[in-house]
Design a protein around this ligand. Structure first.
Ligand SMILES: [Zn+2]
Length: 259
C-alpha cells in the first residue's frame, strides 16, 4: 500500500525546531527522508492539491480558486483525471479522504462529511476534524487499498487565526499524535512493502514574508495572522522517488502502483 498523508499548511518552520516535542515527526525523519518542496507556482491550496493528484501544472489543470464566478468550484468543473480515477479504471483500489482542492474537500470511494464544510474555524471543529479523519483513515487502512490518501486541513486554519501564538504548537502536537497512531501504532510501517508520503501544500509565515501574498489580511471571520509560504514539507518513507514539485506525488504513486 502507498499512503499519502496530506497536512495542509504543515511547515518545517514549526516542526524542525520542535522535533523534541513532536515524536512522530522526529521518528519519521529518522525512518525516512524529510525535505522541502519549494513551490514555483503561487502557494494556493486548491491549485497545489490539484496538481499533486492529477499530475498536471496549474496552467494545464487551470484550477486556481475554490470559487469561480461567485460559485464554489466542484470536482466536475475541473477537466482532469485524478490518480484515483485512473487507477480505479485499471482495477486498483484507491481511497481518498478529505482532499482539500475543492470546498468542501473531496473524497473518493468513501462516504465522508467534512467537518465545518471543510473550513473548520474553532477549537471544537479542529478537534473534531482530527478525530474523524483519523478514525476514518484507520478504518480505510484496515481494508488495505493499493492507494490511500487522507488529508487534515486544520493546521492551515489554526495558523491563519493564530500564527505566532503558542497554541499553534499545541495543534501540531495533536496532529503529531494522530499521525503516530496512523503510521506507527497501526503497524503500517512495519510492513516493508508499504510506502509513505507525508506532505503539505505550502508552508506558512507572517504576512510580508512570502513572495506572493495569497490572502487578504482580513476575512469574514476576522483578522488573519499569517500567509502561505512557498516551502512545503515532505517526508517520505520507502519511496524511490524525489518529491520536488506537487506533480511528483502523482508520478510517485504511478511509479509504485504500475498499470
Ligand atoms: Zn493549504
Amino acid at each position: 500500500m502507498i499512503f499519502v498523508l496530506g497536512i495542509d499548511a504543515a511547515t518545517w518552520t514549526v516542526v524542525r525546531p520542535n522535533l523534541d516535542k513532536l515524536p512522530s515527526f522526529a521518528r519519521l525523519c529518522r525512518t525516512g527522508r524529510g525535505s522541502d518542496m519549494v513551490l514555483e507556482e503561487t502557494p494556493i491550496s486548491p491549485s497545489v492539491w490539484c496538481s499533486m493528484f492529477c499530475g498536471k501544472l496549474p496552467d494545464e489543470h487551470k484550477h486556481g480558486s475554490f470559487v469561480s464566478g461567485g460559485k464554489l468550484v466542484r470536482r466536475q468543473d475541473i477537466a482532469v483525471d485524478f490518480i484515483w480515477d485512473i487507477l480505479d479504471r485499471e482495477g486498483r483500489t484507491v481511497k481518498a479522504l478529505n482532499v482539500p482542492f475543492v470546498v468542501p474537500p473531496y473524497s473518493f470511494g468513501v462516504d465522508f462529511r467534512p467537518v465545518g464544510f471543510g473550513l473548520p474555524t474553532n477549537d471544537k471543529e479542529w478537534q473534531e476534524e482530527l478525530e474523524r479523519v483519523t478514525q476514518k483513515t484507520r478504518q480505510l487502512m484496515a481494508g488495505a487499498p493499493d492507494v490511500l490518501i487522507a488529508c487534515y486541513t486544520l493546521l492551515d486554519r489554526v495558523q491563519h487565526f493564530h500564527w505566532g501564538e503558542p497554541c499553534v504548537l499545541d495543534w501540531y502536537r495533536k496532529v503529531d499524535s494522530k499521525m503516530g497512531e496512523l503510521v506507527f501504532d497501526s503497524g503500517f510501517l512495519d510492513n516493508k512493502d508499504n510506502r509513505l508520503i507525508v506532505i503539505s501544500d505550502h508552508g506558512f509565515c507572517s504576512f510580508g514574508e512570502s513572495k506572493v501574498q495569497t490572502l487578504p489580511m482580513k476575512s469574514e471571520e476576522g483578522e488573519l495572522k499569517g500567509d502561505h509560504h512557498e516551502n512545503a514539507l515532505v517526508i517520505t518513507v520507502n519511496l524511490d522517488y524525489d518529491i520536488k514539485a506537487p506533480q511528483d506525488v502523482f508520478r510517485a504513486i504511478r511509479q509504485h502502483v504500475g498499470s
